[in-house]
Design a protein around this ligand. Structure first.
Ligand code: ADP
Ligand code: TZD
Length: 577
């Protein structure tokens, strides 16, 4: 596309001599009309001009090295903004690379739209062997909340509106929008084109349950001896921070934040039972789930991890989630903001109280657990070679000086230990591997957090986890984003000390100087072998607000196989290591 035609399009979607427009212009116009301000993608046939035009029209285009990372960025943008993040991919392989992120977004209930160019329908559908031939719509359907294809330029506005509405309304998720090359290139009358576009009105309407459902929940909670609130990432997503805090503090009920709900209330809040999680689950008699599923992360609500007599209240936008694992005694189907507001309004003063005995039981166990952890932390402070907990304490202390910084976190031990060590004080500032425990979200999530907020990001990465999206540090450097990547490098997946029975490295072995990598792209690399060096490097990197990577040299013998989910490994005949 020439600069002249770009300028023309900026002036109103006019291409060439007549009042004409085409599919590419209509996609950009439809996105702008729906207030999309960023696109994350990888260009190629047939979407390169679409990216150019989007950029020329004022949409921020972030070009990635791999579609998976671009998709993860779009998903994170969706989680952070409550507007679907947009990922742009090319046909077949690019589309498939993005699909992992689309599926992950759907599993995590993050709104995103993957818009992909696709090859010629008349060739693909007869399997005549087109360039990047694939039936993308069929492939996407099973991994997305919904999948649509546009066949005519005049339907682009409808397709974009439908994709946005579906992604963000009800339970959010990933939507696939297929736009074949022929449709992107289709030229139509500009007035007809403009008239075919519309803006989605109230994309995610509020939803309040019946008063009787609210009263049922309130009465159950009021009669509890050992009540507990569990806050999940649906609660964080809802951006109902004040309502949640008010309800929790008004009732005094102890609460457990799931990892991405950390910071909804500050982690040092006196009602947090994060440090006595297992006792809280085992003993609670009435549990109120707020935007949290009783999936594997919560042991499906089963005994012995949970009290077998526990009664559940569940606040969720998706009615089909209820009764998926345990009977839900008090369903509250609606959006978290509306439900919490209604609960606050309907709860009579003093109606819900927490017996002192329950509070005392939790505090006593919490004090013991905190004491145990303090000893582990103390031992790690001076250990050489450096332990995970040595590096993480240093990171924790620098982050405490920078509460606005976003934390992205993936790995196994790197994930479990960082989650427990690093307190969050601000809502939606922690993004991690989520419901699937997926590796590869790191750099995409970090890029989206930096782009959407403008604030600094610290990505705390296992060395294996980092490798999945490591090339995106070039993207971070190219866009000069304030992202500091901290690699907890113990030279392996889980651990770095596995022996190998053959001449090859062990299946878990890795070896890299990640700090050297970033210098190739103009970023600043640090190598840290002690907690003091981690502190100094992170402090400096955050102050510079420039792309940086700190490779923390961690004891290869530190860490456990699969972190804290080793029990999920099949237990057959022991394999020799
Ligand atoms: P976690 O992993 O933190 O426990 P989950 O991802 O399992 O959280 O659960 C999130 C839940 O929140 C999903 O069941 C989803 O339907 C729900 N949800 C998402 N957005 C909202 C919202 N705005 N209001 C109510 N529920 C929501
Ligand atoms: N591939 C993908 C996409 N997701 C995964 N979860 C895995 C593979 C398997 N896997 C884990 O579940 S954790 C992990 C892998 C490869 C990496 C653990 O090593 P690490 O972290 O270096 O990132 P620690 O801190 O050394 O444990």
């Amino acid at each position: 596309m020439t600069t002249a035609s770009l300028q023309e399009s900026e002036a109103g979607g006019v291409v060439g001599a007549g009042k004409l427009t085409d599919g590419i212009h209509l996609v950009v116009d439809a996105l702008k009309l729906n207030e999309v301000d960023a696109i994350y993608g990888v260009v190629g046939i047939p979407i390169t001009d679409l990216a150019r035009l989007a950029q020329a029209s004022g949409i921020r285009y972030i070009g990635f090295r791999h579609e998976s990372a671009a998709g993860h960025a779009a998903a994170a943008a969706g989680f952070l903004t409550k507007k679907p993040g947009i990922c742009l991919t090319v046909s077949a392989p690019g589309f498939l690379n993005g699909l992992v992120a689309l599926a992950n977004a759907t599993v995590n209930c993050f709104p995103m739209v993957q818009i992909s160019g696709s090859s010629e329908r008349h060739l693909v559908d007869l399997q005549r062997g087109d360039y990047e031939e694939m039936d993308q719509l069929a492939a996407a359907r099973q991994f997305a909340k919904a999948a649509y294809r546009v066949h005519r330029a005049e339907d682009i506005g409808r397709g974009v509106a439908r994709a946005i509405r579906t992604a963000v309304s009800g339970r959010p998720g990933g939507v696939y929008l297929d736009i074949p090359a022929a449709v992107l290139g289709e030229v139509i009358d500009a007035d007809l084109g403009a008239a075919s576009l519309w803006q989605v009105v109230d994309p995610a309407p509020r939803q309040v349950p019946e008063p009787s459902a609210l009263d049922r929940a309130i009465e159950l909670l009021a009669g509890a001896q050992r009540p507990l609130v569990v806050l999940g990432k649906g609660a964080a997503y809802a951006q109902a921070d004040d309502e949640i805090r008010q309800f929790v503090e008004l009732t005094g009920v102890p609460y457990l934040p799931m990892s991405m709900a950390k910071g909804l209330l500050p982690d040092d809040h006196p009602q947090s039972v994060a440090s006595t999680r297992s006792l809280a689950l085992r003993r609670a008699d009435v549990v109120m789930l707020v935007g949290a599923r009783l999936n594997w992360l919560l042991g499906h609500g089963d005994a012995p991890q949970w009290n077998p007599d526990a009664k559940f209240i569940q606040v969720d936008i998706a009615s089909t989630e209820l009764d998926s694992n345990q009977p839900i005694a008090a369903p509250l189907v609606g959006d978290v903001g509306s439900v919490m507001q209604a609960l606050i309004e309907r709860t009579k003063p003093g109606q819900i109280t927490v017996p002192t005995q329950w509070r005392d039981e939790l505090s006593a166990r919490s004090a013991a657990n905190v004491d145990k952890m303090a000893k582990r932390l103390k031992a790690a402070e001076t250990a050489h070679p450096m332990k995970f907990l040595g590096a993480l304490q240093a990171i924790r202390d620098v982050l405490a000086e920078n509460p606005q910084a976003y934390v992205v976190n993936e790995g196994a031990n790197a994930l479990d230990l960082a989650r427990n060590t690093i307190g969050m004080r601000v809502p939606r500032h922690r993004l991690d591997s989520g419901t699937w425990g997926v590796m590869g979200i790191g750099m995409g999530f970090a890029i989206a957090a930096a782009v959407e907020s403008g604030d600094p990001v610290v990505a705390i990465e296992g060395d294996s986890a980092f490798g999945f999206s490591g090339m995106e540090i070039e993207t971070i450097c190219r866009y000069n984003l304030p992202v500091v990547t901290v690699v907890l490098n113990n030279s392996g997946v889980y651990r770095g000390d596995d022996a190998s029975p053959s001449g090859d490295p062990a299946p878990t072995a890795l070896r890299a100087r990640h700090d050297v990598m970033i210098t190739a792209f103009g970023g600043k690399g640090y190598r840290a072998t002690t907690p003091e060096e981690v502190t100094a490097a992170l402090r400096e990197a955050l102050a510079l607000r420039q792309p940086a990577l700190i490779d923390c040299v961690i004891d290869p013998t530190d860490g456990t196989e699969s972190g804290n989910i080793a029990h999920l490994n099949p237990k057959g005949i022991t394999v020799q290591r």
